[in-house]
Design a protein around this ligand. Sequence first.
Ligand SMILES: Cc1cc2nc3c(=O)[nH]c(=O)nc-3n(C[C@H](O)[C@H](O)[C@H](O)COP(=O)(O)O)c2cc1C
Length: 217
Amino acid sequence: MTCILKIDSSVRTYTSDTAKHQSVSRQLAHNFMTEYLVENPDSIIINRDLSLTPPPFIDQAWVAASFAKEDITERELSVLQVSDTLVAEVIKADLIVMSAPMYNYGMPAVLKAWFDQVIRVNKTFSFDASLGDNALQPLLSGKTMVLLTSCGEHSFAAGQARAHMNHLGPHIKMLSRYLGVEDFYEVGSEYQEFSDERHANSVQHAQQKIASIVAQL
Ligand SMILES: Cc1cc2nc3c(=O)[nH]c(=O)nc-3n(C[C@H](O)[C@H](O)[C@H](O)COP(=O)(O)O)c2cc1C
């Protein structure tokens, strides 16, 4: 039985009606879930809608509490409460299905806030200065992530004209290592701002890729 942690982060919603301004990244995640659940109907799902319930930004008290070694105080425990809940969800998950729009060439602030809450010393990674350049090591392993993205512009894939401006997929892929992700799949849709045939083709191509990932998992 697979435990799926589904994370959505677009400010736009996705519903089954065909109104304009629906979230493309949420739609792709919905498509992935629908197809995956046909093959794996007994999966457990944890839903995290970061736009509806944004995680708080970390602050000085959070950093102090997360690095506290012994005798953690009641106050420190309460500062880490949200983080503890979110980390527990990551630990439980075998598969993380994450939808993310491109905002200002990177991820939405709510998603970065989530990563800041869940990438935590002695919970999801260890720090051992004696290891020199490899001081940070993931503590979790064996997880799969499927990332579903949408961009307004285009040509962000490796080797294309705007690859150097893409701080969305590459950033999330790098961070996912510290959540124990060993198998990473990305499905991207582009041209949303143009709403033309190129966008329709891009979404269709993304849907084909979703089907092939579901067949592999
Ligand atoms: C605040 C904001 C910033 C955006 N920044 C970019 C950007 O830097 N590059 C880009 O290609 N598209 C950008 N877009 C367009 C979105 O990536 C596009 O609308 C995408 O479909 C959003 O995902 P969604 O449909 O799941 O909401 C931006 C949109 C918004 C609302």
